[in-house]
Design a protein around this ligand. Sequence first.
Ligand SMILES: C[S@@+](CC[C@H](N)C(=O)[O-])C[C@H]1O[C@@H](n2cnc3c(N)ncnc32)[C@H](O)[C@@H]1O
Length: 289
Amino acid sequence: MSPSWKDAWQEALYGPEGFYRRPEGPAGHFRTASHAAPEALAEGIARLASSVGARSIVDVGTGRGELLTALLPIAGQELWGVDVVGRPPGLPAAVQWAEGLDSLAPEAFDGALVIAWELLDVVVMDILEIDETGRPRTVLVDPVTGREQLAGPPASIDLEWIESWWPLDQLEEGDRIEVGLTRDRFWEDLLRRAPNAVAALCVDYAHTRATRPEQGSLSGFRAGREVPPRPDGTMDITAHVAIDSVAAVGGRTVECTTQAQALKQLGVTDPELLDEGGLGGFAWLLQEL
Ligand SMILES: C[S@@+](CC[C@H](N)C(=O)[O-])C[C@H]1O[C@@H](n2cnc3c(N)ncnc32)[C@H](O)[C@@H]1O
């Protein structure tokens, strides 16, 4: 039997041959704000870090440390990168590195601005589909062919999340639900590890209860192109973040807006970062801890 999307996705991105372990890193396949305009972004983040009184910046899911490298000449804070791979070759020595959150010294979080930029969208999740009787069923996927089939009903914990965040009443046969519980738990765990941090920032493609995508948002990205998602380790697999449910498990929300609005307030003028139809349309959730 094929695995669930959650299990196949985990193996495809983070297994021994996983996509995120490839030497080219995320920048080889898609363009994030840190690739598009690193200096402009770094100026905004340096201003944010000063305004919240941060003594360090911990960038979790940092890719190959692109944002931190751009921050180095201008930020007064200690800089820490965390990702699933070892320290990238060529990363400036002054940027500190941890391979995985478990190997990050807890003190790194003291007084930190914690950043998760395009991280939660690659935290794997269960995908459900409404069957012909109107009930949600877990979607299984063949990692080689990408062929899907419907399995039994979802776990009760997934159903509880759906009841709160992705109501079924308007959905029809073939509609999809992306169960955000794993993202909520990731954010909760991250903030629990950082009790003495000053603030946490999550920036990602997102939706809220009013804007959930009926057909879901699961997508694949390979070598700069969007492709049908197939969990075979050759592509990124991503799905937008239910930012309202993430906000509900974290600290006190200081700001929940778009990247464009937030960066404008921080004095950033780069047009690509401010484009509401592109990177500027990402959700920007800033919480105080
Ligand atoms: C979409 S990329 C974004 C990279 C970077 N933040 C940027 O905006 O360019 C997501 C990154 O999160 C990393 N990641 C995913 N899960 C992680 C985890 N549990 N701990 C650390 N890094 C993780 C991936 O390896 C990948 O480098």
